[in-house]
Design a protein around this ligand. Structure first.
Ligand code: HEM
Length: 137
């Protein structure tokens, strides 16, 4: 049997599987825990369950096990963020912590940029409110 072609290996597997995604999200939530804008948005006192949901979602997205959907159903992430005010300031704070977390993994350049490009696009897509939104009339 021949070795698998590179494109047959998921990013999930290539970057080290679940332990890598756990490190990513744990680092991200260390930043969120200290963030005066983001921390109050999280309804639960304990950030652990939220960290677990994000970890499982990202693992699934990148080709790992489908545990996220098995327990939470279809992601429908924009809908799930509707209760939260995600304005550009919240997006930028989220991305700042995520950037630190991605950088901390020390991934090879192609994986680093694939992961980061996706997270940046996803965060822009999640915005559902403008800064200082006031009714105009
Ligand atoms: C742009 C700024 C963002 C903010 C301020 C934000 C904030 C939040 C908050 C407050 C929650 C609820 C915590 C919980 O109970 O899980 C949440 C959940 C979640 N977020 Fe975000 N989020 C952002 C972007 C993103 C992005 C870009 C992704 C994916 C790439 C994402 C993935 C998730 C997931 C998977 C959940 C759990 C959904 C569930 O199963 O209930 N978020 N987010």
């Amino acid at each position: 049997m021949s070795a698998p072609e590179p494109e047959e290996v998921s990013l999930f597997a290539a970057v080290g599987g679940e332990p890598t995604f756990r490190r990513l999200v744990d680092k991200f939530y260390e930043g969120v825990a200290q963030d005066p804008l983001l921390r109050p948005m999280y309804p639960e006192e304990d950030l652990g369950p939220a960290a677990d949901r994000l970890t499982l979602f990202l693992m699934q997205y990148w080709g790992g096990p489908n545990t996220y959907s098995a327990s939470r159903g279809h992601p429908r992430l924009r809908m799930r963020h509707a209760p939260f005010r995600v304005d550009p300031a919240a997006r930028d704070a989220w991305l700042r912590h995520m950037r630190e977390a991605v950088d901390s993994l020390g991934l090879a350049a192609p994986y680093h940029s694939a992961l980061w490009d996706y997270l940046e696009r996803a965060a822009y897509f999640m915005v559902n409110a403008m800064d200082n939104a006031e009714p105009t009339h």
